[in-house]
Design a protein around this ligand. Structure first.
Ligand SMILES: Nc1ncnc2c1ncn2[C@@H]1O[C@H](COP(=O)(O)OP(=O)(O)O)[C@@H](O)[C@H]1O
Ligand SMILES: [Mg+2]
Length: 254
């Protein structure tokens, strides 16, 4: 982290009532087992009877508590890859292992079970239920994940605190700024304690200050919730906070 970035992150964290801890403090031993491995993955779609090669031999890994970014222009294949990492789609060729589970060969139902319990998703447009308060939105995800109702209140309050929105818990989405809505979406995505959080262009609709707040929240939850985050972006200014950046051009990493 550069001096400028560290200071900016500190200022944002102060605003969010969170603490900035140096990244070195949470770094894992280098030999730690990966959470997810992608091996020689290809994805081809049939478009008008012709094969469209979208991913052309992707290799990557996500280690525990890493913040990993997939960067590339629109159309380069980022969302296609993220969907496969999340078990929403399967490769045409190659292997994907999530904690030793072979996503490339598992059934849809089995992947869905793993996904519901162990993964959280954040999208560009915040995907909140408009008629529910921030609190109720987060509570809904605990209900859907089958968490016992006795645990909901403390967990919702904890997650709202993690994203710096304790004071806005009872607001509905339209009463919140874009950045605040995205922080509710993060609280919702981590409420059931996933191991892996996947975020598809989570800052694309936000200005640079709100984007910096989202990145600060991500750093905070990696530390406190032991989660791994993989996100896509085409914003060069936020890459500095990543532990690793994979640069994608036309279905390949360069
Ligand atoms: N289900 C699909 N069927 C056909 N083509 C697809 C499908 N999904 C993605 N594509 C194509 O794959 C390419 C990469 O898309 P995408 O992964 O969404 O890129 P990015 O997220 O980097 O913008 C695009 O040309 C897109 O049109
Ligand atoms: Mg995309």
């Amino acid at each position: 982290m550069t001096w400028w970035r560290r200071n900016q992150t500190a200022a944002v964290a102060a605003e969010l009532d969170t603490q900035v801890v140096e990244k070195e403090a949470v770094e894992e031993p280098a030999d730690q087992h990966p959470l997810l491995t992608v091996e020689s993955v290809e994805r081809t779609f049939q478009v008008g009877g012709q094969p469209l090669h979208v991913l052309k031999g992707i290799n990557m890994e996500l280690r525990p508590r890493q913040l990993v970014m997939l960067r590339g222009r629109s159309g380069s294949g980022k969302t296609t890859l993220l969907n496969m990492i999340g078990g929403l789609d399967q490769p045409t060729k190659g292997h994907i292992f999530f904690r030793d589970l072979p996503f490339h060969s598992m059934s849809d139902d089995d992947r869905t079970t793993v996904r519901r319990k162990q993964m959280g998703f954040i999208f560009q447009a915040f995907a909140l239920m408009p008629l529910l308060s921030a609190y109720e939105n987060v509570e809904l995800s605990l209900r859907m994940a089958g968490i016992p109702s006795g645990e909901w209140k403390s967990r919702v309050e904890h997650c709202m605190e993690l994203v710096g929105l304790s004071k806005r818990m009872h607001h509905r989405p339209f009463e919140l700024s874009g950045g605040e809505q995205q922080r509710v979406a993060i609280a919702k995505a981590i409420a059931h304690r996933p191991r892996l959080l996947l975020a598809d262009e989570p800052t694309a609709e936000l200005d640079s200050q709100m984007s910096a707040q989202i990145m600060s929240v991500f750093q905070n939850i990696i530390r406190t919730e032991q989660v791994t985050i993989c996100m896509t972006t085409h914003d060069p200014t936020i890459l500095e906070v990543a532990d690793h950046v994979y640069e994608m051009v036309d279905g390949r990493f360069i």
